[in-house]
Design a protein around this ligand. Structure first.
Ligand code: PA5
Length: 445
């Protein structure tokens, strides 16, 4: 189970904040549990680890088995909440080098998460002569980036396997009833999976949105869900001492009130990089509104100690650091003895890499705290599907609480529409003519 260690924020907070925040946390918690706070219609994820659709869960596993049997690659089309969770979990559990590994599961390529023509061509080249399937994921079914990418990869499939053959290789994860993708899937005969109405993109990794690609990578979904279910029970406790999500939400909020403006999520596992990207979306999109919220950033240690370390140690004192620590590695690597000792490293000979990393973690922690950066440690078990299920639910629950402490709606994202409107106008989408003229004048075109 995740432990939240807060001793390294105490020097920065003169008054105990827990007692004062407990009533507000209780209110926030009850809103989440009763689905009656701001954005309550989008809190279906709170009970998901127990209440998920078992029939669909079995279909996800069956589809993953079929993809593993008839495809050497899976192309996952999606952006934001329809992308980052699956990539985060796959990389964390199966390696950031998953596609390079020798394995009996398909390579997984993520597309539709941007508008780079070169990136898309590179993936198309990788599919040359390769049997592949496509999982297109879009709750709305109208998001430009995945919709455009899907056109290309659908065309590729149709050219290679014919319309019917392609339809048997396309899996659409979208709204149960509405949207352009749902209509297309129904008319073309794709197998469909549901993004539940009451779960927004960034909280959807434990629905079919994340689960199908994750299952294709060979991850044990039962273990993942069971870790989330354990954390769901833990987070239901109305007791600050027993509820790690309360502890994390209260600590980061107390630091925000003291003037901290940036939260850096740090981990010492390169495989965690896309979990950190997922976390950034979760917190950034949930909290960053009404000119409020901690800016979520992330670093990968120790690599970034050699780049961002300088700023963290001595730059503006506006940040706090949250470090995710995991239990023992799966494989031991002991530093070899070298008779020449030309590098002077024999003092490390016989030491395991985990031991060395631990000293780096502790040394960094002390230096950063000394340099004025409050430090929250999230101590998790060794990386495995269960641990990740726990961590996902923990972050989601703490995020919901954090939004309510800030008095914003943690389940909407009105700000993301602004760029879309301008992009549509500049692309000449019908209905945007007036805005198009204004923007062209501003751009001096
Ligand atoms: O969290 C969110 O709501 C967003 O990141 C969406 O997931 C993202 O914009 C993709 O939307 P859609 O799934 O409708 O294509």
């Amino acid at each position: 189970m995740i432990q939240v260690q807060l001793s390294n924020i105490r020097p920065f907070i003169s008054q105990p904040y827990e007692a004062e925040l407990t009533p507000r946390l209780l209110t926030a918690h009850r809103h989440l549990q009763c689905h009656d706070g701001a954005g309550g219609d989008f809190t279906g994820w709170v009970a998901l680890p127990q209440a998920y659709d078992r029939e669909e869960f079995a279909r996800i596993k069956a589809a993953a088995r079929k993809i593993r049997s008839d495809s050497q690659a899976l192309v996952v089309v999606g952006i934001g909440g329809s992308y980052l969770g699956a990539r985060g979990v796959i990389e964390c559990l199966c390696s950031a080098n998953y596609n390079l590994r020798k394995k009996d599961t398909p390579n997984i390529y993520f597309v539709g998460n941007g508008l780079s023509s070169d990136y898309m061509s590179q993936i198309m080249d990788l599919l040359d002569g390769v049997d592949f399937s496509v999982n297109v994921i879009s709750k709305s079914g109208t998001t430009t980036e995945p919709a455009v990418a899907f056109r290309f990869f659908r065309r590729m499939l149709e050219e290679r396997y014919g319309a019917e053959g392609a339809a048997r290789r396309i899996y659409a994860t979208t709204d149960r009833n509405r949207g352009a993708l749902k209509a297309l899937a129904d008319s073309a005969g794709y197998e469909t999976f549901v993004v539940p109405d009451d779960i927004g993109g960034r909280y959807s990794v434990l629905t079919a949105v994340g689960l199908l690609p994750i299952a294709v990578a060979g991850v044990d979904l039962d273990e993942l869900m069971s870790g989330a279910a354990d954390m769901m029970k833990t987070c239901a406790a109305e007791d600050p001492d027993q509820n790690p999500a309360w502890q994390y939400a209260a600590a980061r909020y107390a630091l925000y009130r003291l003037g901290k403006r940036i939260e850096i999520l740090a981990a010492y596992e390169p495989d965690f990089r896309f979990m950190a990207e997922w976390w950034k979306q979760l917190y950034g999109e949930s909290e960053g509104k009404e000119h409020k919220g901690l800016f979520p950033a992330s670093v990968e240690f120790t690599a970034d100690l050699h780049s961002m370390g300088q700023y963290i140690q001595q730059g503006e004192r506006t940040m706090l650091e949250t470090v995710v620590r995991f239990g023992a590695s799966h494989r031991e690597n002991v530093v070899p003895f070298d008779e020449q000792n030309g590098d002077g490293l024999n003092f490390l000979a016989g030491k395991d890499m985990d031991f060395i990393a631990r000293q780096a973690m502790d040394g960094t922690l002390l230096a950063h705290v000394e340099g004025g950066v409050p430090n929250i440690i999230l101590q998790a078990e060794r990386i495995c599907p269960r641990t990740l299920g726990e961590l996902i639910y923990f972050f989601e629950y703490a995020c919901g609480l954090s939004g309510y402490l800030l008095e914003v709606n943690p389940f909407d994202q009105p700000g993301v529409e602004a760029y879309k409107k301008n992009m549509f106008a500049l692309l000449g989408k019908p209905g945007y003519e007036e805005l198009r003229q204004t923007l062209l004048a501003k751009l001096d075109r």
